[in-house]
Design a protein around this ligand. Structure first.
Ligand code: S3P
Length: 169
C-alpha cells in the first residue's frame, strides 16, 4: 500500500507548488484541498469565509480530510489551518506521512505580498499578521510533522529531491 503524502505548513509556503511537482516526479495523484473545496462549493475560499464564515469552511475541510485519508497513494496539499483541528491530523496520520514545509514570516510575505486570496491576512499590516498567526501555529506544525523541510533559499527541484530522499520513495 502506498501511503499518502500530506503537505502541511503556513499559507504561501509552497504546499501546492511542491505537491504538484512531486506528483509529476513520482507519478502519483495530486489533490489540492482548497481547490477541491472551491470546486465543490462553487465559490472562492475568500467568498466562503465572507458569506458562510470560517466555522463552515472548517467543517467542509474536515469532511474532505475524512474522504481523503481513506484513499491511498495521494499527494495532498492542505490549507494552512488544517492543523487547527487535531482530528484532521490524526486521520491523515492513519494512512499517510506528514511533510511540514517550514518557512520564515519574511519568506511568506515575499510569496504573498500581492495576494488577496487569503482572508485571514487581509486588512492591516501583513507581516504582523503573518508573524502573529505563525507564532500560534508553528508549535502545531512542529508537533504533527513526520518530516520537516526548510524552504527558502533553495530551489523547488532541490526540495523535491530532499522529500524523495527523506521518504525513501
Ligand atoms: C488558511 C489557509 C488557506 C485556506 C484558507 C485558510 C489558514 O490555504 O485554506 O484561506 O487558515 O491558514 P493555504 O495554506 O493554501 O493558503
Amino acid at each position: 500500500m502506498d501511503k499518502n503524502i500530506i503537505f502541511i505548513g503556513f499559507m504561501g509556503c509552497g504546499k501546492t507548488t511542491l505537491g504538484k511537482r512531486l506528483s509529476r516526479e513520482i507519478n502519483r495523484e495530486f489533490i489540492d484541498m482548497d481547490k477541491y473545496i472551491e470546486q465543490q462549493e462553487e465559490m472562492k475560499i475568500s467568498h466562503i469565509f465572507e458569506e458562510k464564515g470560517e466555522a463552515y469552511f472548517r467543517e467542509v475541510e474536515s469532511q474532505l480530510v475524512k474522504e481523503l485519508y481513506n484513499q491511498q497513494g495521494l499527494i495532498i496539499a492542505t490549507g494552512g489551518g488544517v492543523i487547527k483541528n487535531e482530528e484532521n491530523i490524526l486521520n491523515f496520520k492513519k494512512t499517510g506521512t506528514i511533510v511540514y514545509l517550514e518557512a520564515t514570516p519574511e519568506h511568506i510575505l515575499r510569496n504573498l505580498e500581492d495576494d488577496n486570496t487569503r482572508p485571514l491576512l487581509e486588512g492591516g499590516d501583513k507581516l504582523e499578521k503573518i508573524t502573529k498567526l505563525m507564532e500560534e501555529r508553528k508549535p502545531l506544525y512542529e508537533k504533527y510533522a513526520d518530516v520537516k523541510i526548510k524552504v527558502g533559499g533553495i530551489t523547488v527541484k532541490m526540495i523535491v529531491e530532499k522529500i524523495i530522499e527523506s521518504l525513501e520513495i
